[in-house]
Design a protein around this ligand. Structure first.
Ligand SMILES: [Zn+2]
Length: 659
């Protein structure tokens, strides 16, 4: 097989795998097989750049651009007129059918709560992707869209067409992203749509590539003569599916408006079972000639309507307002509710945002309150239900002291909320310590919230750094901790001393410095001392560090307590200067066990390579092990791996996987 043929073969296999996985949700290759094909393709393209094409799956990794350029749409993207109930739907249908003396077929599609985009394909290749914008002009975000694997870079047939779709982030990915942001002090998104939009509007599309985005296609404008035999919207959608696009599986062709009403009713509650947010149903006349005939108003097609689901709101009793102290010392209120069914789940807690909001809404304990879960995932209290009883209830007063340590709470300039400033506040220190050991920070296994709480309660530690002073026998003083797990905890803590600088910076929990900012700072300064002595100018000279972060960093390191802490860290032997950010995330989520003598690498070298590529190492083989890397004379770990069906790699295979 010659090089070009091999490249074509690899591209086809990888594209097919992406299509099966991201469009049909049906895995076709294992991760390992996929990675192997992908690395081979990348290698060949680097060696023979003349064979690299824009439809290659290697082009999905993203790059950095200066700004987005505006782009005038070839075909205008209209809005949709809304309908809110059965009556309005029937009226719309009567208007549509009036001149035809017959019932018209309709197509019902779930309205995905995401971002509309238009994609241009020329001869089957993805050329340009543009945001909706005002419908006439949008922004060219092609590079970012290319990272989304549900968008085919090359169609199964060589066609010219424009395709419209809705970009969305699955609810589960949205929750994961927010949880990560909470752990690292990053940006928390209000709902999946905002998260999708924020991810799509990154000038650095390598960030977009890391976010789990997908797309449902909702229409196509076919430009080729050969496609003019497509007579209905439904046929068009099936054609798009055959070309490689992801079409929502719940699309339904119905005979008349009653069918559409049934569809709307059915999905009004069933939609909460889906892993993506929907806010209504789009109903379109199926016949394309009739669509053309009906035409458009100034802003919307006459042949379609968007039925909006009513927002899900229920009322329940506010039993109490709980307050919690977080790692920055902020005290937040949470509504404790009489359990109630809302949007497919039982809700007993809801967000009250902050104390100002409670005051503004005059919400009192004992009120009946309305709670809502629209596109947002976390339910929130909207307002109290008016009744005579409300006035009889006591006005809610925010706490004056910390719910954990009893210190007087204070407010901070430029920040909403009340704060506990007791540096020894147990709740605050617990939260700080939980953050210190978390995945993105020092990544210390075996130390959970329960252990941390006990350590504080028994006065065994007074800061995260004290963890490093504990001995194995100390852990045995904790409830239910036996010798083996005490030793595991000790080892896990000691091992974390060698974590790279970026992780240590993240762990410090400096306001506004999350995982990504910590990587930038670590790369720039190379040591904690250099970062600690940096001034405003130096910080602000770094790309993507603005004044807010700079102020926060300078403030942190001018605090005498923090200076002392850095000295303590050094005394304990924690002063990383090692390579910071992982070179790649190729091995993210993968756990390796090393065994036997490798040919060229030492065990330490191999384990560094694994870590630099985002992977982890472990000393024993279990079901969680992704790969066993085996050298000569491997021992019993091999048998265990074989029994558990864990993939065993040779050094050569391992190195191929990395490069
Ligand atoms: Zn406190």
């Amino acid at each position: 097989m010659d090089i070009l043929e091999r490249i074509e073969y690899l591209k086809t296999e990888i594209n097919k795998s992406n299509y099966e996985y991201y469009v049909n949700e049906n895995p076709y290759l294992t991760d390992f097989e996929y990675d192997n094909l992908f690395s081979e393709l990348k290698e060949l393209e680097e060696k023979y750049p003349m064979f690299k094409t824009s439809d290659s799956p290697t082009q999905r990794v993203g790059s950095v651009s200066e700004k987005f350029f505006s782009h005038t749409h070839k075909y205008r993207l209209y809005s949709l007129d809304n309908t809110h109930n059965e009556e309005e739907l029937i009226k719309w249908y009567e208007r549509v059918c009036k001149d035809y003396n017959k019932e018209l077929e309709l197509v019902c599609e779930l309205k995905i709560d995401g971002l509309a985009i238009a994609l241009t394909y020329e001869n089957g290749l993805f050329k340009i992707g543009v945001t909706r914008g005002d419908g006439v002009t949008g922004e060219n975000i092609t590079t970012n869209l290319k990272t989304i694997k549900a968008i085919p870079l090359k169609l199964f047939e060589s066609k010219n067409l424009e395709v419209r779709g809705e970009i969305y982030m699955p609810k589960t990915s949205f929750e994961k992203l927010n949880q990560e942001a909470i752990n690292t002090g990053g940006k928390v998104f209000a709902n999946p749509r905002n998260a999708a939009s924020g991810s799509l509007r990154q000038l650095d599309s390598t960030i977009t590539a890391k976010r789990d985005l997908s797309m449902f296609t909702y229409t196509g404008i076919f430009e080729d003569e050969s496609d003019q035999n497509i007579k209905t919207h439904y046929e068009g959608m099936m054609k798009l599916k055959n070309l490689g696009f992801k079409v929502n599986p719940h699309i339904r062709l119905v005979k008349n408006i009653q069918g559409a009403i049934d569809f709307c009713k059915e999905w009004e509650t069933k939609r909460f079972e889906l892993d993506y947010a929907t806010d209504g149903v789009v109903i379109k006349v199926n016949d394309l000639n009739i669509q053309k005939d009906l035409g458009f108003t100034a802003r919307a097609p006459k042949w379609a309507t968007a039925f909006k689901f009513p927002p899900e709101v229920v009322s329940t009793k506010l039993l109490d307002i709980e307050t919690n102290t977080g790692k920055t010392g902020i005290v937040t209120p949470v509504a404790i509710l009489e359990p109630v069914e809302l949007a497919g789940s039982t809700v007993s807690r809801a967000s009250l945002h902050n104390f100002d909001e409670i005051k503004r809404l005059d919400i009192r304990i004992g009120d009946n309150v309305l709670i809502m879960k629209a596109a947002e995932i976390i339910p929130k209290v909207i307002k109290y239900v008016e009744s005579e009883d409300h006035e009889k209830l006591e006005k809610y007063m925010p706490p004056q002291t910390c719910p954990s340590c009893g210190w007087k709470l204070t407010s901070k300039k430029d920040l909403v909320g009340l704060f506990c400033t007791n540096p020894n506040c147990e709740s605050l220190m617990c939260a700080k310590t939980e953050f210190w050991v978390s995945k993105n920070a020092m990544d210390i296994d075996n130390i959970g919230p329960n252990i941390i709480q006990q350590l504080y309660e028994k006065n065994m530690i007074s800061s995260p750094i004290d963890l490093y002073r504990l001995l194995p026998q100390d852990f045995m003083m904790l409830d239910l901790v036996k010798e083996k797990s005490a030793s595991n905890m000790y080892v896990a803590i000691q091992e974390s001393k060698t974590r790279p600088l970026n992780r240590l910076i993240t762990a410090l929990g400096i306001t506004h410095v999350g995982k990504e900012t910590a990587e930038i700072l670590a790369n720039h300064f190379g040591s904690l001392d250099k970062l600690a002595s940096a001034n405003m100018d130096e910080l602000m000279n770094i790309d993507s560090i603005g004044s807010i972060i700079a102020v926060s960093v300078v403030k942190f390191f001018s605090n005498s307590k923090n200076i002392k802490m850095i000295e303590e860290l050094k005394e304990l032997g924690i002063n990383p200067t090692s390579i910071v950010a992982p070179k790649s995330n190729k091995l993210e989520g993968k756990t390796f066990v090393l065994t036997g003598t490798l040919e060229t690498l030492s065990r330490d070298e191999a384990s560094d390579i694994i870590k630099q590529n985002g992977g982890k190492t472990s000393s024993s083989v279990s079901k969680k092990t992704s790969y066993v890397l085996a050298g000569a004379n491997p021992g019993s770990k091999i048998d265990k791996a074989q029994n558990l069906g864990v993939i065993i790699l040779t050094e050569k295979e391992f190195l191929e996987m990395i490069n």
